[in-house]
Design a protein around this ligand. Structure first.
Ligand SMILES: [Zn+2]
Length: 306
């Protein structure tokens, strides 16, 4: 499943084909993905010009000059194949999927753009979806109304972490994965950020706030590490979790920078730590951490953090 950096990689890959272009012809090859397509979906898109392509958490939002916004969610296996006017074909972000190139029988939506590009949505498992909402209602629409803060925006700060997590006894990892608090963080990047901050994933989330609600040093460190790890992952084009025979769009490389994720039994990469990466299961999902530099008792880091 793509996480935020992978979705951001897809956004950057799609932008040249879509932004500033008008939908010339939209073809739906089935009535639904995870949900039915909106009413008159193709007609509402045809003739509309894409004014911007943005991202909110793991959703892409294409602003249209008709006053509507096209919301795209990739689900588990959604991908875009882009045929550019110059004859090149790119599949931005196809690296996060298991398997090789998309099978054409899963090409569900074909969007011909006025600039000559063709954008095809392929989704073998069909957990992805598309929706159209009035742009003025975007923040309050059903997809975004209950969504937490954007981790790469100014809203994500030591102060906001402290406010969100104050008095919570929920384990830090679970609180960070709660999309109603922070939207778009997933298993990989939470494990990596906690390791960089030297915080054990089972510590109570409330340790990020002082009694008066102001952020602790741990909150300051964690806010910085969340931002760092996501920024680095975006710069690396996301993470490739499977080996591929074909990756036309080029693959992400951040998996080479993982310090704990999927590294059980390997030595910790923190300088002078000497610990070993361990795996535990929290809420049914694997957590990877180093018990030496992420101690279970708060307050005494085993190694100094540069
Ligand atoms: Zn360590």
């Amino acid at each position: 499943m793509p996480e935020l950096p992978e979705v951001e990689t897809v956004r950057r890959g799609l932008s040249p084909a879509m932004v500033g272009a008008t939908f010339s012809r939209v073809t739906l090859r089935r009535p639904n993905l995870r949900f039915p397509f909106p009413e008159r979906f193709a007609q509402r898109l045809e003739g509309a010009t894409v004014t911007d392509l943005a991202r909110r958490a793991k959703y892409l939002t294409a602003g249209l000059d008709t006053g509507e916004t096209l919301i795209l969610h990739l689900g588990m296996s959604g991908r875009f194949d882009v045929a550019l006017p110059d004859g090149r074909n790119v599949s931005p972000g196809d690296f996060y999927l298991e398997g090789a190139l998309g099978n054409a029988k899963h090409d569900h939506v074909v969007m011909a753009m006025s600039n000559g590009a063709t954008v095809t949505y392929n989704d073998a498992r069909r957990f992805g979806f598309m929706d159209l909402v009035p742009t003025l209602d975007l923040a309050g629409c059903k997809h975004f109304a209950a969504m937490g803060i954007e981790p790469l925006s100014e809203a994500m700060s030591p102060e906001s972490l402290a406010l969100l997590f104050r008095n919570k006894i929920t384990p830090l990892k679970a609180a960070l994965l709660d999309q109603r608090l922070i939207a778009g963080l997933g298993n990989i990047y939470v494990c990596e950020a906690l390791h960089r901050a030297g915080l054990h994933p089972e510590l109570p989330a409330g340790i990020l706030a002082k009694d008066d609600g102001r952020p602790t040093m741990k909150a300051r460190l964690l806010a910085r590490m969340i931002r760092d790890v996501l920024t680095e992952a975006v710069a690396a084009g996301g993470s490739t979790l499977r080996d591929y025979a074909h990756t036309d769009g080029g693959s992400g490389s951040f998996q080479h920078a993982f310090r704990v994720y999927d590294r059980t039994g390997e030595p910790c990469s923190t300088k002078d730590c000497g610990g070993t990466i361990a795996r535990i299961v929290q809420s049914g999902r694997s957590t990877f951490y180093c018990a030496t530099c992420q101690p279970a008792k708060p307050g005494k880091p085993a190694v100094s953090r540069a």
